[in-house]
Design a protein around this ligand. Sequence first.
Ligand code: 5RP
Length: 297
Amino acid sequence: MAPDRPPQTPASLSGPEPGRGRGHGRGHEPEHERGRGHEPERGHEPERESGPGHEREQTDRDREKELAARAAAELVEDGMALGLGTGSTVAYLLSALAERARELTRTHCVATSPQTARIAREIGLNVRELDELTARAGGLDLAIDGADQIDEAGWLIKGGGGAHTREKIVAAAARRFVVIVSANKLVERITGPVPLEVMEFGAHTTLRAVGDARLRRPGERGVGKAGRTDDAVQRSPDGNLLAWYEGPIDDPRELAARLSATPGVVAHGLFAPEMVSEAIVGDAGTVRRRAGGKPSA
Ligand code: 5RP
């Protein structure tokens, strides 16, 4: 299948922009995400939020995200069925793929958010429906996505951008799932809050059943990248409500099972180690790789 239009590099992907405010690679982010204050690195972020030190730190993080994303882009081969995540690190991935779009004309992608789909189309990638790709190829060859935290046991927290349900479906459909992060996302043990996507019907009942949970508010730190904004609440790309579980994570597996078993919870942002094939970490100018618990096919 030919790409919808010739490969090109849109303005939103042309060249990095120095860190600005809470700039997570904002030069690479879709325009409507800018200034939204997406803050996925909860729990690892120094309190300082402005000033030259903070700006420098943001720029370093952006560089690390870009390093990880560029290393992951090299895994993409023409003809692959490819899953694309959501977020500022994935924006760097798309930027790297934009440079190779002419070589990737037989690559078919599925995007986990409208933002990712839009940029992927702009750079000339073939964006398809997940069902179409899995029907044709029996699954995705590779999926690449960012994360909010990765701990030493390999657990991830995802969903700072509100797209974790789609991201989980895509990661599970991929024979190889590669996570790309800056080094500040590495933690000893994951800590909350954990993103939740919940049904609007009975949302407060669901959150009471979960316990220690609340809806994500518009304009709040760490929210709104993937959701609609024309509302008093934050929504996922599929229109469900976004929430936080803010209680303890004593045992991630037990919590994941409990959240999954709560009626009304569509999906939570805990990704088990066995879902991840590999983590690529940009770390102070170098790239480190950590094997995950999912055997690569
Ligand atoms: C979106 C996600 C993102 O991958 C996660 O929030 C990391 O974002 P970023 O790359 O902007 O730091 O899970 O739902």
